[in-house]
Ligand binder design. Structure first.
Ligand SMILES: [Cu+2]
Length: 120
């Protein structure tokens, strides 16, 4: 192998390295976060929602704000969407923005977690 050829390979590799790193970085950042108003009431609701939603497709992080009852869900772009996540929330038994809770799921919640109850 001649030296010139070897040198060319080294230069090329060094030039491509930042591009490879950048591409990897871009992949990691491909997530979206949506905020959805829920009808959660207490700490149990928070745990219930966070646990269940963690199993939804592409979901990376879930956090319910106890003050506002707004849930923040971070998911991999293209693996999920806001409408599907809202539907998932209604199936756990809670309202999601303008989408009402699935009645059957809601009625199965502990009584203290059902709509119209004061925080306890
Ligand atoms: Cu509750």
């Amino acid at each position: 192998m001649n030296v010139k050829y070897l040198f060319r390979i080294i230069v090329l590799s060094l030039a491509l390295l930042p591009i490879a790193l950048l591409a990897q970085d871009g992949k990691k950042k491909k997530t979206e976060t949506v905020k959805i108003q829920t009808s959660a009431i207490c700490e149990d609701c928070k745990v219930r929602l966070e646990k269940n939603l963690a199993f939804e497709k592409g979901v990376r992080a879930v956090e319910l704000d106890e003050e506002t009852k707004i849930i923040s869900i971070t998911y991999k772009t293209g693996k999920n969407d806001k409408e599907s996540l809202k539907k998932a929330i209604t199936k756990i038994g809670y309202d999601a923005d303008e989408m009402p809770a699935d009645q059957e799921a809601h009625d199965k919640l502990p009584e203290c977690c059902q709509k119209g109850n004061e925080p306890h």
